[in-house]
Design a protein around this ligand. Structure first.
Ligand SMILES: O=c1ccn([C@@H]2O[C@H](COP(=O)(O)OP(=O)(O)O[C@H]3O[C@H](CO)[C@@H](O)[C@H](O)[C@H]3O)[C@@H](O)[C@H]2O)c(=O)[nH]1
Length: 478
C-alpha cells in the first residue's frame, strides 16, 4: 500500500523527541517508521539505540538517503538522527544476542545510564534550543525510561508495537492475579476466558502475551517485563499504539491517553530494517499470476526444529502453487547451516518456489501476485499484512502472537489457523489444505479487503490515525 502521507510538512516545529526501543527487529522497525512519520510533521527526532544494530541501520539509512528529499521537498534527513550507545555486545558475540534472557539482561543493565547521560548532555543550559530533548517516547519494552524522563522534567509517551487488546491485558494483570486466574509468575491457574474489549475475542489461557511454550525462564522474565510496564501505561502523558481505531473501536478510550496512530508503514523510506533485503524476489513476483503466491515468513524471531522445517518444505512443494519463502540463516538452530543450504536448494529446485534470506516485506505484501501470507503473527507482519488486504494463515510461536492469531481468525476474520497434529507437528497435509481453503474463501478475502480500506482511511487526511498523530504533535509543543 503506497498511501498518501497526509500532513507532510516542510516546517519544523519546536519539539525534539528522543525515541527509545530494544535493539531487536520487531521493535526497531515500527519505532523507526514512527520517527519518520513525526519528522513529516516537523518534529525533530533522535533515535537512540544499541551499538549492535549500528552496521545494519547505517547501511539502510544510506541506501534510503537519496529518496528522502524528493519525498519531503525539504531538509528532511537532518530531522531524524540515529545515535548508538555502547552495549558491550560485539558482533561476534552472536550466541549472547540469540539468548533472549541474557540479551535483555545486558541491555537493561547498560541502557539506563546511556539514556540519562544522553539527555543530560543534550539538555545542558548552553545547548542550542533545538538540541534540547522535550519528550521521550519509550517502546513499552523499555517503559522504565519514562522514570528518567520524569525525573528530568520531560514529557513521556509509551509506544506499543503490539495488537489491540494487549493494553487491556496488561492493565488487567493485578485483577488476574487477585482472582487466581494466573499466579504471581503469570502461569495460568484457571481456564476461564477474560474479556479485553467488546470488539475483540475473549482472552483464553493460551493467549497471554507472556506465553513462551517450553521456555519457563523466558515466560518468567517476559511476565516481569510486562508487569513492570503497567504503571507507566497509567502515568505516561500518551500511549501511542501501532494499530488503527477500526481494529478495536474501544481501544482509544481505554485510558484517556491512548492514541491509535497506525498502521506505521515505511512507504519507501527507512523501515528500520536490520537485514539486507533480497530484491530479486520482486521481479520474480512480477512473473507470477495475480493472487497466486503464498508468502511465508516468520519475522526476525520465529524458528523451527529440523523435523518441522522439513515438513514445511514438503508442504510447500505439495501445494503445487508458487511460494516465496523467507529462510533466515538462523531459522533452524538444530541443523548446521550446510544442511539448511541443502534443504533450501531442494525446496528452491521446485520450479514454483523462491527462497530468500530476507525480503522487502512491505513491498512483497503489496504485490498483486501475493495471494496469502503464512505468518508467525508477529504484530508488525500482521499489521502490514492486513493493511495490504492479504489473507493470513496463522502459525503463532510465542508471546503476543497467540492473541494476535485469535484476533485474526475469530475477531477480524481475515485468516485461518494451522492446527498441529497430536505430536505437535504442523504437517505438510495440514499446510496444503489450509492454504487451499484460504485461497478459495471469498468471505475472508472480502473481510481482508474491507480491513485494508479502513487502514487506508485511517491514514488519509482527517482519518483517525492521522488526526491522533497530529493531536500528539500539537500537544508536544503545549
Ligand atoms: O523477510 C523479512 C521478514 C520480516 N521483515 C520485517 O521485519 C519485521 C518483523 O516484525 P514482526 O512481524 O513483528 O516479527 P518479529 O521480528 O518476530 O517481532 C517481535 O516483536 C513484535 C513487536 O513487538 C512482536 O509482535 C513479535 O511477536 C515478536 O516476535 C516486520 O516489519 C517485517 O516487515 C522484513 O522486512 N523482511
Amino acid at each position: 500500500m503506497n498511501c498518501s502521507l497526509s500532513n507532510v510538512s516542510g516546517t519544523a516545529i519546536n519539539a525534539h523527541v528522543l525515541i527509545l526501543t530494544l535493539p531487536a527487529q520487531g521493535h526497531v522497525a515500527p519505532t523507526m517508521k514512527l520517527a519518520y512519520r513525526l519528522a513529516d510533521l516537523g518534529v525533530r527526532v533522535t533515535f537512540l539505540t544499541a551499538e549492535c544494530t549500528s552496521d545494519q541501520l547505517v547501511s539502510e539509512q544510506s541506501r534510503n538517503k537519496d529518496a528522502l528529499p524528493k519525498i519531503q521537498g525539504g531538509p528532511y534527513p537532518e530531522r531524524v538522527k540515529t545515535v548508538f550507545f555502547p552495549d558491550g555486545l560485539k558482533s561476534t558475540e552472536l550466541d549472547e544476542r540469540r539468548d533472549t534472557v541474557k540479551f535483555l539482561e545486558r541491555i537493561v543493565k547498560v541502557m539506563p545510564y546511556h539514556v540519562e547521560e544522553f539527555i543530560k548532555k543534550a539538555n545542558q543550559p548552553e545547548s542550542e534550543k533545538d538540541e534540547k530533548i522535550t519528550c521521550v517516547i519509550a517502546d513499552f519494552v523499555v517503559a522504565w525510561a519514562l522514570e528518567i524522563a520524569n525525573k528530568m522534567g520531560l514529557k513521556g509517551a509509551i509506544f506499543l508495537s503490539s495488537a489491540p487488546g494487549i493494553v487491556s491485558m496488561v492493565l488487567q494483570i493485578p485483577h488476574l492475579i487477585e482472582a487466581g486466574i494466573i499466579d504471581a509468575e503469570g502461569t495460568p491457574k484457571k481456564t476461564e476466558k477474560v474479556m479485553l474489549s467488546p470488539y475483540l475475542p475473549a482472552l483464553s489461557s493460551d493467549d497471554y502475551v507472556w506465553n513462551f511454550p517450553g521456555q519457563k525462564e523466558l515466560q518468567k522474565v517476559g511476565f516481569e517485563f510486562v508487569r513492570s510496564g503497567e504503571p507507566f501505561l497509567r502515568t505516561s502523558n500518551w500511549v501511542l499504539c501501532n494499530w488503527y481505531r477500526d481494529l478495536d473501536p474501544s481501544a482509544d478510550g481505554l485510558l484517556p491517553t491512548t492514541l491509535s496512530i497506525g498502521p506505521l508503514l515505511a512507504n519507501d523510506r527507512p523501515s528500520g530494517n536490520m537485514f539486507s533485503e533480497d530484491l530479486t524476489c520482486l521481479s520474480w513476483l512480477d512473473r507470477q499470476p495475480p493472487g497466486s503466491v503464498v508468502y511465508v515468513s516468520f519475522g526476525s524471531t520465529g524458528t523451527l526444529n529440523s523435523h518441522q522445517f522439513d515438513e514445511l518444505a514438503l508442504g510447500l512443494q505439495l501445494m503445487g502453487r508458487p511460494f516465496l519463502w523467507v529462510v533466515r540463516p538462523d531459522i533452524s538452530h538444530e541443523v548446521a547451516s550446510a544442511t539448511v543450504g541443502l534443504r533450501n536448494r531442494r525446496a528452491d529446485d521446485h520450479q514454483l518456489g523462491k527462497i530468500v534470506q530476507w525480503a522487502p516485506q512491505e513491498k512483497v505484501l503489496a504485490h498483486p501476485s501475493v495471494g496469502c501470507f503464512l505468518t508467525h503473527c508477529g504484530w508488525n507482519s500482521t499489521v502490514e499484512g492486513i493493511s495490504m488486504g492479504v489473507p493470513l494463515l496463522c502459525w503463532p510461536h510465542t508471546g503476543d502472537q497467540f492473541y494476535v492469531r485469535t484476533c485474526i481468525c475469530d475477531g477480524w476474520k481475515v485468516g485461518l489457523e494451522l492446527k498441529p497434529n497430536e505430536d505437535g507437528i504442523f504437517t505438510r497435509h495440514e499446510i496444503k489444505s489450509k492454504v487451499d481453503e484460504l485461497l478459495i474463501n471469498g468471505g475472508i478475502r472480502e473481510n481482508a479487503l474491507k480491513i485494508k480500506r479502513l487502514a487506508l482511511m485511517s491514514l488519509s487526511k482527517g482519518g483517525s490515525s492521522s488526526k491522533n498523530l497530529e493531536q500528539f504533535v500539537a500537544e508536544l509543543v503545549l
